[in-house]
Design a protein around this ligand. Structure first.
Ligand code: 3PY
Ligand code: MG
Length: 503
């Protein structure tokens, strides 16, 4: 028998584990499919009973390496998890070298220790197991109190202890820094790492998020936690509720006085029509060429007022703000898309125009109308973004970058306009069938559907909406696995994407 964890540690590598607390063999099986080096079954704080543990180890042991944190440091607790087939043992709350020696005695067969032979899994091949277990099984003790930190060097020196494993949360409580960590905590963590290394042993640490795991691995920790089953469920569940959060307050649509920029465009003209149907009192329809609004404003000449508005022109924005001082609902819809990658054009002109229109133009109009909305009772501000603001679609890289800026702007506006009672909503559709998406061949939604979703979002005072199956699918994909969506989007690029046109 051999243990890949031991081999990896000996070679100076780092073990990335998943941490299983929910007591569900099915969850453990799913976790194992993602290919971690190991799964730790937490008997101390987790919901595992002996039989569940036995089943779960059986389900995962041919896909990954099972490890167990025992209930405590007792001989019974340690013997039981090793009998279940743990290839690594993590013992909580070990404060002294004497306790560490007792752990080794409980974990090793004679002559090294006093572990009793038995257990269903060891008995599958008792001879091989008994001969190799003492060498093969990783024994880690948890350092998670101020006393343990002080004794770390002595604990690390105990023969048979392979690893000091830091429990940062208990350590924070013991050091009095909880719920924060801070410099005192970090100094203790680093001193434990140093003590382990000085004794020629390894050091691991519980990391609640993958980003922490990456940082700790870079610092020399050789066992980190990549994912933890409870937070894999809890965080997205919380996020989903937050994401769909709806508020209450005065109706933002009925009897509203709205300004829609880019009202001559595919989505803009439909937003105007939807606002009319929903009972808006007056709608200023903004476009760079006022003539382009004739057909639209003819639909309801008493309620639709054409205004010349170029969001990238400060003077034009100022004039519109002066002329439309009764606005209660600002819809920043004007946008521009060059439909280019990063290298297709010979200059930065496209990228600059997208930033000027989509980001700076929206900012300029929002700044001009902030005092107007405040005077008129708060009202609403809507930004037409796109789901590729969350993840760059390289077919239209520079556009996506400008929309990422717009998404960030939307968040900033929401925060800064909260006190004046302005409801800020982001609209993030996928591909919409407008003149701006000629090159995109996938499924496109109709502009009317975006406009209807926008009205529904405003009525429910939702913060961000993702109209259509593509947008909601991409957004939930990003929430679950952003890197997978990034990879998928990159596949749409043609092979010669960096070829530039001849000057
Ligand atoms: C701690 O941080 O105390 C732990 O035991 C993590 O599981
Ligand atoms: Mg702990």
């Amino acid at each position: 028998m051999s243990n890949t964890l031991k081999e990896k540690l000996a070679a100076g590598g780092c073990i990335g584990c998943h941490w299983a607390t929910l007591g569900s063999p099915s969850v453990a099986e799913v976790l194992a499919e993602s290919g971690p080096d190991c799964i730790v079954f937490d008997m101390q704080h987790g919901l595992w009973d002996r039989l569940g543990l036995e089943y779960a180890i059986g389900l995962v042991r041919h896909k990954t390496v099972p490890a167990v944190r025992s209930v405590d440091a007792s001989d019974h607790a340690i013997g039981m998890v090793l009998d279940a087939g743990a290839r690594a043992l993590i013992v909580p709350m070990v404060d002294t070298a004497d306790q560490a020696r007792a752990v080794v005695r409980a974990a090793k067969f004679p002559p090294m220790g006093g572990r009793s032979g038995g257990g269903t899994r060891p008995m599958l091949d008792a001879k091989t197991y008994m001969a190799s277990a003492n060498d093969d099984i990783v024994v880690a003790v948890m350092i998670e109190t101020a006393t343990a930190v002080a004794n770390a060097a002595e604990i690390a020196a105990v023969p048979g202890i392979d690893m000091l494993f830091i429990g940062p949360f208990d350590l924070a409580m013991s050091l009095g820094t909880f719920p924060d960590f801070g410099p005192k905590h970090e100094a203790a963590v680093q001193s434990v790492l140093g003590a382990a290394k000085a004794a020629g042993k390894t050091c691991g640490i519980f990391t609640p998020y993958a980003s922490f795991a990456v940082d700790r691995r870079a610092q020399g920790f050789q066992w980190v936690v990549l994912a933890y089953d409870q937070s894999l469920i809890q965080e997205p569940a919380k996020g989903a509720v937050k994401h769909a959060r709806m508020g209450s307050g005065p109706d933002l649509v009925k009897d509203a006085v709205a300004l829609v920029s880019g009202a001559n465009g595919g989505i803009g003209s439909e937003v105007v029509r939807a606002l009319l149907r929903a009972g808006a009192a007056r709608i200023y329809c903004g476009a760079r060429q006022i003539d382009s609004l004739r057909t639209l404003t003819a639909v309801a000449p008493d309620r639709l007022i054409p205004v010349q508005l170029d969001v990238a022109d400060a003077q034009s924005v100022a004039q519109v703000a002066k002329a439309c001082a009764d606005v209660t609902l600002l819809i920043n819809n004007a946008g521009w898309n060059s439909n280019e990658g990063l290298f297709g054009a010979n200059s930065l002109d496209n990228a600059r125009r997208e930033m000027e229109t989509n980001y700076l133009g929206t900012l300029a109009v929002s700044r001009a109308f902030q005092p107007i909305l405040a005077r008129n009772g708060g009202g609403g501000l809507v930004n037409l973004i796109t789901v590729v603001a969350h993840c760059n679609l390289p077919l239209m890289s520079t556009y996506a970058a400008s929309k990422a800026a717009l998404l960030s702007l939307t968040q900033g506006l929401r925060a800064e306009l909260r006190n004046q009672g302005t409801h800020v909503m982001g609209v993030l559709p996928g591909a919409v069938d407008t003149p701006m998406t000629p090159g995109f061949e996938g499924m496109k939604m109709r502009p009317q559907q975006v406009a209807e979703a926008l009205i529904q979002g405003l009525l429910g005072r939702v913060e961000d909406i993702y109209p259509g199956g593509m947008a909601s699918g991409v957004f939930s994909g990003i929430s679950l696995d952003a890197k997978a969506i990034e990879g998928e989007f990159s596949n749409y690029l043609p092979a010669d994407s960096t070829a530039r046109p001849k000057a």
